[in-house]
Design a protein around this ligand. Structure first.
Ligand code: PEP
Length: 255
């Protein structure tokens, strides 16, 4: 069985390079003995270069967005090739906070293709804004997956990570509500079915992870009962001790 993975999403934090280095160093020290869990920190672009210089064999670096093409007249954009060249290996794409700024499935699809072509692992975020009685939220997630993965080959499919992040459960959402491991498991089963319909039942399924206010109290429940291969904590990844607790919980469950 492949290792479980914990991916920290720092979002637009912390405020200074000094604080970013301090947080990263603290996490690196705490996770130095971890063996059975893959660990990724997705930091703001401007910190990535200096974080790669901090020695750790346990943490891979990731970005929180990237453009769909390698180079060219795209003012303000950062390409996946540039990210790979400075040492990033993962990139979060289609996060709900970017979708809320206007990012479409079509654009995310281009970004996923660009990331794969540059050797980055795309962490595709999907998730509904709210749950409705008619279960329309399943269709929303299905459309996100089908459109974001349009034209992706069977082989590339297994190189992607899918993060199920119900927007209503993310810590910064107004009137946030906690999702349950059962909510998660049900969606994971559905996502696997959507992927099997798209790529064939025999195609290796991507890792599916969960994000949405994951904390030290519920990480074990999601890993145990949510049917996932890992977690994507946001807020909890800004505290080295809390992040380590989550990694420890994962490590204890990894066989
Ligand atoms: C996120 O937005 O990716 C996330 C999961 O954040 P939080 O853990 O803070 O809800």
């Amino acid at each position: 069985m492949s290792k479980k993975i914990i991916i920290g999403n720092w979002k637009m934090n912390p405020l200074t390079p000094k604080d970013a280095e301090k947080l990263f160093k603290n996490i690196a020290e705490l996770v130095s003995r971890v063996k059975k869990t893959d660990i990724v920190i997705c930091a703001p672009f401007i910190y990535l270069d200096r974080l790669t210089k901090i020695r750790t064999s346990k943490i891979k670096l990731g970005a929180q967005d990237s453009f769909g093409l390698d180079t060219g007249p795209f003012t303000g954009e950062i390409s996946p090739e540039m990210l790979y060249n400075i040492g990033a290996r993962y990139v979060i794409l289609g996060h709900s906070e970017r979708r809320a700024m206007g990012e479409t499935n079509e654009l995310i699809n281009k970004k996923i293709k660009g990331a794969l072509a540059s050797g980055l692992v795309p962490v595709l975020c999907v998730g509904e804004n709210q749950r409705d009685e008619n279960h329309e939220y399943f269709n929303i997630v299905k459309t996100q997956i089908n459109e974001c993965l349009d034209g992706i080959s069977k082989n590339s499919n297994s190189k992607i990570i899918i993060a199920y992040e119900p927007v209503w459960a993310i810590s910064t959402t107004l009137n946030q509500k906690d999702a349950t491991p059962m909510d998660c498991e049900e969606m994971v089963i559905f996502i696997k079915k959507v992927l099997a319909d798209k790529f064939g039942a025999k195609t290796e399924c991507p890792k599916i992870i969960y994000g949405g206010s994951v904390n030290t109290k519920d990480a074990g429940d999601f890993l145990n009962g949510g049917g996932v291969d890992g977690l994507l904590p946001g807020r909890a990844s800004l505290n080295a001790n809390k992040f380590m607790e989550i990694v420890k919980i994962c490590e204890a469950l990894n066989k």
